[in-house]
Every structure is written in C-alpha cells, then in structure tokens.
Design a protein around this ligand. Structure first.
Ligand code: GLN
Length: 212
C-alpha cells in the first residue's frame, strides 16, 4: 500500500485525508521536508495558493517539493493545488512561487464574479459512471497547455464554457474544482491508480488540443 501525503500547510487538508482513507492507501500530513521524504505521492489541497506558497517557502519545503516532482513523484492538486502545480500562472500575487511540474498556464480566480462559486457536471476522460458533479470556489482555469499535457475535462456551459478544468501530465494531475468536498471519490481513485502504476485506458495517445 502506497503512502499518499497531503500537503498540510493551509487549506482543506482534512477533507482530502478523509477521501484518501476510504481508498485503501496510507495517508500522512506533509508539513516538513522530512515528511515529504516519507511519502510516495502527494495531494495539494484547495485553499489560498498565495498563502500556501509563502508558508512553503518559510517551511523550507518549496525546493524539496520542486525536486520531488521533478524526480517523478505523482501529485494531484485541487484548485489552489492546481495553481501550485502550474509551470506558469496569471494573476498571481507579487513574487508568488509555484512548485510547477505541469506544462500549463493557469489563471487564478478566473471565473467571473457571479460564478465565483458554482457547480457544474463536468465529463472527465477516463472516469466511469458519468460526468463529475464539480464544485468550483474562486477557481482557476487552465489558459493553455503544452504538448505533453492531456486535457481531461472542460467546463460544459455557462461562464467559462469550454475552459480547461482538469489535466494530467504523466503522474501529475490537477483539477480546478474540489472533489474532496462533494463525497464522490472517483477522481481520487484515478489518482490512486496512477500512484499504483495501473493503466488508465482513456489516456489519449495523440497530442491534446493546445488551448480551448
Ligand atoms: N483562488 C484561490 C487561489 O488562487 C484558490 C481557491 C480555492 O482553492 N478554492 O489560491
């Protein structure tokens, strides 16, 4: 059984722990570089990416995180966690740093005022059992992705229709929305499958579309 850590600097840590504990993996909170050494994979929760980035620097965790991700540790980021896994961000605070790893540009707080918080049924590539009821809270979207990134889901309609909100690049996965808050463990299970090295049938073999 792999150990999946949850980056526990800030944000909805307990909610991710709860979902992972249902999925027959060991879990651990990651607050220090020593904790990071002890996990096989990492979930980066939703919250506030500016605060998370500042605390990571203060804890001496940012560089170790960057190194682990570069060395191939699987990671899954939700919302602020998606921002943290982006190689490039738009609308970041002054000096805001990210872990990076996914060749994409993410726009923070991308959805308009009225839809600062909303739900939408998002079809996700590789997910059995129908569209995912996705909860967006001051969510980012993915503005563009590089050739190695698979687009897994887009906003179906309404504000931001067609925008990319779920991606995968190798062992790295990110969603704009919060599966940890809605009681549906299917996306976490996809991540656990990635961590266990199980094949994911729907992973597209051709190059993904580069933008919306
Ligand atoms: N707007 C937040 C940020 O950019 C993310 C919000 C969230 O995680 N729910 O950090």
């Amino acid at each position: 059984r792999p150990t999946i850590g949850v980056l526990a600097l800030q944000g909805d840590v307990a909610e991710h722990m709860r979902v992972l504990e249902e999925l027959e993996v060991r879990t651990a909170e990651v607050v220090s570089p020593g904790h990071l050494d002890a996990v096989d994979a990492l979930v980066i929760p939703g919250g506030e990416s500016t605060a998370m980035s500042r605390i990571a620097v203060r804890q001496g965790l940012l560089e170790p995180l960057r190194e682990r991700v570069r060395a191939g540790m699987p990671a899954y980021g939700t919302c602020a966690g998606m921002v943290m896994l982006a190689d490039r961000i738009l609308g970041g605070a002054d000096g805001q740093r990210t872990v990076g790893g996914i060749d994409m540009t993410v726009r923070r707080n991308a959805f308009g005022r009225q839809s600062a918080s909303f739900e939408a049924a998002v079809p996700i590539d590789g997910l059995e059992g129908g569209a995912f009821d996705a909860l967006f809270i001051r969510a980012p979207w993915v503005e563009e992705v590089g050739p190695g990134v698979s687009v897994l889901g887009r906003v179906p309609g309404g504000d931001g229709a067609g925008r990319i909100v779920a991606v995968r690049q190798g062992g790295l996965m990110a969603t704009s929305f919060h599966p940890e808050l809605t009681g549906d463990a299917r996306i976490h299970r996809l991540f656990v499958d990635i961590v266990k090295g199980l094949p994911w049938p729907a992973t597209p073999s051709g190059p993904p579309p580069s933008t919306r």
